[in-house]
Write a protein that binds this ligand. Sequence first.
Ligand SMILES: [Fe+2]
Ligand SMILES: [Fe+2]
Length: 255
Amino acid sequence: MIKSSTGTSRTAFRPPLLVPGKTPRFGTVDHPLIAKLAKDAAGTFNHCRRVANLMMAAAFVLRIDSLDAWVAGLFHDISKLDDQDLFLEAKDGSRSGRKPITLEQFNRILSHPRRAADKLRCLDFSRIADAVEQHHGTALCRAELVEGSPEPETRNYPGPRPSSKLAALLMIIDQFEAILNAKLSLLKTIGKTDLGTMTNSILEEIWTNMNKEKQLELSGFTYQDLQFIKPVFIVVLNEERLNSLPTAGKALLVW
Ligand SMILES: [Fe+2]
Ligand SMILES: [Fe+2]
């Protein structure tokens, strides 16, 4: 069991998850954009929901605002509502069959963190807008361009790089959820031990790559923080597994 520097346990947290028919402890989320995401972009909604659940639990152990973390997770890709045909996971969660895209589409992908942040600033969620704007940092966008397309000005997201632990968490968890989901989609079942091993190796790989690219150096997020969040990831993932993943659109949206 991991203990904090003050000796208190950080693994006793039972996260309130966003699953059908259950009401997490934070009031009600009844936001039209999230309802629209659930209805029109089921894959993105489920990705955001899973990111939100992990964000809340990780924020709890790192002692940053869990509600901010949860809302940041839920809304971080809200701009994908405007580009449903572009983001392949948007409708059904499928990442297979990724097709090459045009230069204009490529640039839309690069701008989605800023456009999501702009929406949040308009919605009075400015407390989390910076973290959302930074959720891809200046990472490389690996989308493939159609043959003969002009070369983009840059293949990297415009950033800025995460400037807070909240933003670093969002960047890590966003990647983690996408990689884990892709791996799990290839499996029929997975046991608790294997899930733990997989979680550990994905997080370590993400950490190594982000460090190489210096994505997190302004955020204050440390390797020790990464070790603290691993056990609660397993708690959340198992809780999700036990509840079986909800069909998008049927989930009770609560805040
Ligand atoms: Fe994103
Ligand atoms: Fe995302």
